[in-house]
Design a protein around this ligand. Structure first.
Ligand code: PAN
Ligand code: ZN
Length: 188
């Protein structure tokens, strides 16, 4: 594979995540079960390029996140901290319309950063990050990170992100997960 050629990367994804690979990622469990019953669509692919390892080296990955929703929640990536917590990452939007959801490990504070073509988003160290496709086309982006960053999925898998990005009135809204769940099943 020619690692200089983005379209070549896109044509050879190293990882494919279907809806069934994302249990617990979406807030609305009922909608998740219903969506799975209707099929098991491809949600995203990641094509990681790791030219060299060791101090000073960089790895990068092209992500392609499909448009879609589970209930009101937009399609998303699993999300992770870097195993090396201090490792930051630079995201570059290439196609489509989406956001990066960031959550600070210490404070739990959330931020939604636009991920759109020709925009760069910075993910500081010690920050959980997840990509969300809020548009109607595929969201294509590049992530560039230290070769030693690694992925820690466990911490977020246990409790998930505190905020969700859901469709409301035709737009994308950032909402507290607990409030969103309460709005789904209001007490009589
Ligand atoms: C990205 C992510 C990519 C897929 O390359 O790995 O968006 O998301 P998950 O890894 O959470 O499934 C990155 O942030 N690398 O560090
Ligand atoms: Zn990352």
């Amino acid at each position: 594979m020619d690692s200089w050629n983005l379209s070549a990367i896109e044509n050879a994804p190293s990882l494919r995540r279907h809806l069934s690979d994302l249990p617990g990622a979406f807030a609305d469990q009922r909608a998740y079960a219903a969506a799975l019953k209707a099929g098991d669509p491809l949600v995203y692919t990641v094509s990681a390029i790791e030219p060299a390892s060791g101090e000073g080296q960089l790895h990068y990955a092209l992500g392609v996140l499909m448009p879609g929703k589970v209930g009101a929640e937009f399609f998303l990536t699993r999300g992770h901290f870097h195993a090396w917590r201090a490792a930051a990452e630079v995201y570059v939007g290439l196609r489509g319309e989406g956001s990066l959801l960031l959550e600070d490990e210490q404070t739990g504070a959330s931020r939604l950063v636009p991920l759109v073509p020709n925009q760069v988003a910075y993910v500081p160290g010690h920050t959980a990050h997840r990509t969300i496709n809020t548009g109607r086309e595929r969201l294509v982006y590049l992530g560039i990170y230290p070769a030693g960053a690694g992925h820690d999925y466990g911490a977020m898998a246990e409790r998930n992100f505190r905020q969700v990005v859901v469709e409301q009135g035709g737009g994308a809204v950032l909402m507290d997960r607990v409030s969103f769940l309460k709005s789904l099943h209001p007490k009589p």
